[in-house]
Write a protein that binds this ligand. Structure first.
Ligand code: 5GP
Ligand code: ZN
Length: 112
């Protein structure tokens, strides 16, 4: 399948593998929007969050759990933001489900 994040998960495209389990992988975003900007993906292909089923609780939990672990690993003791852009209106540009973990700067709301 011609999917960038599937290739990263498979190791075809090399990245710094910050955290990894059988199910998920975390690696730095190529265009960071904060001093810490890590992407967390399932190794299996899901085009977006909207393509998961509410019964896939193990996978969804593993993704959030990985975010917590990477945040600890990166020393984000003052907090962080986890974002899942979904679909066109959500601003998703890579069609493989991913969480953004952003930290080490204050992030107000609304974003800007
Ligand atoms: P989205 O806009 O879909 O929520 O986020 C996609 C993210 O993937 C963007 O933050 C973008 O910088 C990142 N990205 C795109 N291509 C690559 C790549 O080849 N390697 C890495 N590490 N990140 C990428
Ligand atoms: Zn994929």
């Amino acid at each position: 399948m011609d999917c960038l994040f599937c290739k990263i998960a498979a190791g075809t495209i090399p990245v710094t593998r910050l955290y990894e389990t059988d199910e998920v992988l975390a690696f730095p975003d190529i265009n960071p929007q904060a001093p810490v900007h890590t992407l967390i993906i399932p190794k299996a292909h899901y085009a977006s969050l909207a393509h998961t089923s509410p019964t896939e609780t193990a996978l969804l939990g593993s993704l959030l759990g990985a975010a917590v672990e990477v945040a600890k690993q990166q020393g984000l003791v003052n907090g962080y933001r986890v974002v899942i852009n979904t679909g066109q209106d959500g601003g998703q540009t890579v069609e493989h489900l991913h969480l953004h973990l952003l930290g080490q700067r204050h992030m107000g709301w609304p974003p800007g």
